[in-house]
Ligand binder design. Structure first.
Ligand SMILES: Cc1cc2nc3c(=O)[nH]c(=O)nc-3n(C[C@H](O)[C@H](O)[C@H](O)COP(=O)(O)OP(=O)(O)OC[C@H]3O[C@@H](n4cnc5c(N)ncnc54)[C@H](O)[C@@H]3O)c2cc1C
Length: 302
């Protein structure tokens, strides 16, 4: 297993932001991952790093990255996937054998672990729709357990994994058979939709900044509040979608948090709605970042 010390995490994140991490482990098998979880009780577990803002000031603890856990298997309509498998790959592979349910995953880089943690979704589909059960590591007693979909408390961008007790090892799904041409054209439609409004990863970003409030769209509220004009020297709101921030090249975590607070305040002022961040902030915080973080996250996230 690859282990890196004093590792700069920046290039592994889709924001291309993040400082030095004390130790990063890259397990290649489920048993290596469970062994690490037993030994490093407080290590952070990350997948594709596509929903996080990692601190430019680094992190003093250990990180386990699941990117080398790439095993998957398709048997009839059943799909088994390790936590590190990338969503777009699984969307392609299942489409090739005429299985529908993963078309939504084509356009964003999340791993199966991150997708289940976030209950990721798009275009009217989400990961919990086709999930049957998960194999989890229980950090409270270091045991491996199976949980059915009904036990995972799924709702919009929420699952039981966010309580930080369980780590996803692998997941099992049951997809629906459909004509390959239909699946392919849905995938193409989904990609086309994104291409028109969202930044590609050539403009480093971490997807939607804020969650949609009940019965509304964060993008719509942000747009109406005029945030598309927010442009800092190193980071800005994306021209075609008000709920995306892009790193212009050298942005720091403080730049992104500053912009997030500006966006949050604009919507709060105009609509008295307090948006909740979808992006997760991780790592060491400066005093200034602590203040910004408190405004954005204090009521929503540890
Ligand atoms: C261009 C772009 C477009 C996007 N579009 C969408 C979209 O349409 N819909 C959507 O829902 N999201 C979207 N996202 C956001 C992101 O891809 C998803 O939230 C995705 O689910 C995150 O997965 P990840 O592997 O990158 O997780 P990471 O960012 O690595 O981690 C996110 C959280 O999951 C936890 N986690 C990761 N793996 C595990 C595991 N094995 N067990 C337990 N916890 C784990 C981490 O600890 C962390 O708290 C987009 C992102 C980008 C960059």
């Amino acid at each position: 297993m690859k282990v890196k010390e004093n590792f700069e995490i920046k290039n592994l994140t889709t924001y291309k932001i993040g400082g030095i991490v004390k130790k990063v482990y890259f397990p290649e098998t489920q048993s290596e991952l469970t062994e690490l979880l037993r030994e490093h009780k407080s290590a952070l577990v990350l997948g594709s790093c596509s929903n996080i803002l990692f601190s430019s000031n680094g992190y003093d603890g250990d990180i386990i990255l699941t990117t080398e856990l790439k095993q998957f298997e398709i048997r009839g309509t059943h799909v088994f996937a390790s936590c590190g498998v990338k969503g777009p790959l699984l969307a392609q592979k299942t489409a090739e054998v005429g299985l529908s349910g993963f078309e939504f995953m084509i356009g964003f880089p999340g791993s199966i672990g991150g997708n289940i943690y976030m209950n990721a979704g798009a275009h009217g589909q989400c990961i919990s729709d086709s999930l049957t059960r998960c194999c989890l590591f229980d950090r409270s007693n270091c045991e491996v357990v199976y949980k059915g979909k009904d036990e995972l408390e799924f709702s919009y961008r929420r699952s039981i994994l966010q309580d930080e007790r369980y780590i996803l090892l692998h997941a099992e799904f049951d997809l629906k058979k459909a004509p390959r041409e239909e699946i392919k054209s849905l995938i193409e439609r989904n990609l086309e939709f994104r291409k028109n409004i969202q930044p590609s990863l050539a403009n480093p970003n971490a997807g939607s900044v804020f969650k949609n409030p009940d019965n509304d769209s964060a993008g719509r509220l942000l747009d109406k509040a005029g945030v598309k004009t927010f442009d800092l020297p190193r980071a800005k709101v994306w021209d075609n979608h008000a709920n995306f921030i892009v790193n212009k090249g050298e942005a720091t975590s403080e730049d992104i948090l500053t912009l997030m607070v500006m966006m949050y305040n604009a919507v709060k002022k105009q609509y008295t709605i307090e948006l909740k961040p979808e992006t997760i902030f991780l790592g060491n915080k400066t005093k200034k970042e602590e203040e910004l973080w408190n405004i954005l996250y204090q009521k929503t996230q540890k």
